[in-house]
Design a protein around this ligand. Structure first.
Ligand SMILES: Nc1ncnc2c1ncn2[C@@H]1O[C@H](COP(=O)(O)OP(=O)(O)OP(=O)(O)O)[C@@H](O)[C@H]1O
Ligand SMILES: O=P(O)(O)OC[C@H]1O[C@H](OP(=O)(O)OP(=O)(O)O)[C@H](O)[C@@H]1O
Length: 219
């Protein structure tokens, strides 16, 4: 029997990344059958593996891991950069791929410099700010929590920085990408103290996950 202090807590993102995250942990040998339909439960425990799973909002995962409320977490690279938390990035899990772009209305100029000193709407203000600083552009950044594509349509901002996956949302809202900002995939992150103190539990699991990813992961 595993002592309580050796139980591993893993933070999983609900939403887009949930299904593949559960699948990957299953392929790495953890018992995940009972997690496929979690209902409204936010904490699930596998006695067999001595692992607790907590189900979090994707943007909160780095916070749970930084504070040690979770030993490990699965989080988009975009969120890790945006949240700027002190966590240890262990592995690129290679799913949940998406890119961040600057997009403008399709009937407007495509040169980035044209948009200097205008307003940009985004859910990821830090990522946007760093990008425009690198470009030498001074922008007013307006933080929104979703449906970013609406902002240029109603005149809240001139342009957006947002995530593109299939490109359908941009197209249907008559926006076009004009610059690449960041590429993102899901990463395995660890709390820095847990990584040392629970290395006996964490390292073998990380190695199994690494093997699954190297063998093609979820493809
Ligand atoms: N097509 C996609 N749409 C949204 N997110 C995607 C997509 N493809 C990959 N991702 C990844 O999934 C992460 C979380 O997305 P999801 O839409 O599930 O949560 P959210 O509602 O944006 O998060 P929160 O509720 O914390 O604000 C993104 O930050 C990104 O890393
Ligand atoms: O290129 P696509 O495949 O169309 O995907 C991109 C869309 O997905 C994300 O939104 P999400 O569905 O997460 O909702 P949100 O706007 O509330 O963040 C993103 O913000 C885009 O709106």
């Amino acid at each position: 029997m595993v002592a309580a202090r050796d139980i591993l807590t893993i933070a999983l993102p609900k939403g887009t990344l949930y299904t593949n995250s559960v699948k990957l942990l299953g392929l790495a040998g953890l018992d995940t059958e009972f997690m496929k339909e979690p209902g409204r439960q936010l904490l699930l425990y596998s006695e067999e593996d001595a692992v607790r799973f907590i189900i979090c909002r994707p943007t909160d995962i780095p916070t749970y891991v930084e504070y040690g409320a979770a030993d490990l977490g699965l989080s988009g690279k975009d969120t890790i950069v945006e949240q700027h938390k002190d966590v240890y990035e262990l592995l690129d899990l290679k799913y949940g791929g998406c890119r961040f772009v600057v997009a403008v209305p399709e009937d407007k100029p495509k040169e980035l410099a044209y948009w200097n000193q205008t307003r940009v709407a985004t859910k990821f203000p830090r990522i946007a700010e760093e990008f425009f600083l690198q470009q030498g552009m001074q922008m007013e950044i307006i933080k929104l929590h979703g449906n970013i594509e609406l902002a240029p349509i109603v005149g809240l901002a001139e342009m957006i920085v947002d995530l593109v996956s299939t490109g359908r949302t941009l197209r249907e809202n008559k926006l076009v990408p004009v610059a690449d900002v960041l590429s993102s995939t899901t990463r395995l992150i660890a709390n820095r103290v847990s990584h040392r103190l629970k290395s006996g539990r964490i390292n073998p699991l990380v190695e199994r996950i690494r093997q699954v990813v190297e063998e093609g992961g979820l493809k």
